[in-house]
Write a protein that binds this ligand. Sequence first.
Ligand code: ZN
Length: 397
Amino acid sequence: MKRYLILFILLFVSACSDEEVSLTVNQQENENTKIVEAADDASPESELESRTEDVEENNEENVQEEAIEKEEKEDDVTLFPYEGEVEHIFFHPLMAYPELSFAGPQAQGYNDWFITVDEFNRTLEELYKRDFILVHLGDVYEKVDGKIQKKTLQLPEGKKPVVISVDDVNYYEYMRQEGNVYKLILDDEGRVATYSLNPKGEEVISYENEIIPILDTFVEENPDFSHEGAKGVLALTGYEGVLGYPTHNLDSKDYDKEKKKAIAVVERLKETGWTFASHSYSHMDMGKASLESVKRDTEQWKKEVEIITGPTPLYIYPFGSRVKHGGEQFQYLAEQGYEVIAAVGPTSYTEVVHNVYTGDRRRIDGMALIDQPHLLTDLLDPDYVLDRENRPEEYLK
Ligand SMILES: [Zn+2]
């Protein structure tokens, strides 16, 4: 029933006239989200729901048929070696409630480092329009006789590979207070959704206000946007738990319960094309860290995060701050099994150094969209993507 409500709201909002939409929005804080408290006793919704159930099922079938058709098409296509650079772009969790982000103490930070839901949706639209295709970061290199080397991807003709990563999918306390969602959860059917409190303090479960469920739906509708089911890389620290679960409170009586919930979400994410990277345990500035502190930090990540995500060969530097190539910290990370180590830079360059696949990722955030739009034009139209409705004018100069 709940699932139907959500589907119904989705279809209703996207398919109906403005007049009807305003009726729905009165009941909803955000479009396409469900306020939990309202769901059980919402008689107007139930009535509308039964009226539209048939239409809804038909629509659902059509979408599924289209998706299957597209998938079949992808199976038929001939693959060609792709010799160019693999783009790697990254995001932070989305501003689900920008009104909170821009009213809080870190408004400037949110403006610089984060994007809104609309901006993410438009980014996907633009990448797809420009023939980008998602690939697994684990597929861009290979290990031959112990030697890491770049691997030539085989892609459908005309497609350009892009890796997406999302940093700090931890939902730190400040994020919950300032406009990000609270955690990732699984619905009754095992789909990943978000849980949050909206600015009114009401509980909201949504598929429409964070990168993970949005991209899941986008790929479902456009299977040719993903090569072999690839989605993205989720980079996690551990000092305030993972994915919104307090898995850092090892002594808490709820620890086992929270850990179990986090593992269930992780498993579903892995099944659906997502992978995990270490983002250090403490969001450490690696460029300034001693070997001792890198060791301590990595051990703690393995103890508290790896037991939830499983081992990963992917490492994403916090702050984009890298250790010296070949230095003892770098050597240590390589010995710990990290085969890919990524930083941040103006272009997506990659290189194998000291038997590690290294490279820079390009930022898709407010600073890039507002201050350096010229650096993004091969990926998207920054003017189109920039959300002038939700970003306060003072930041748009
Ligand atoms: Zn970070």
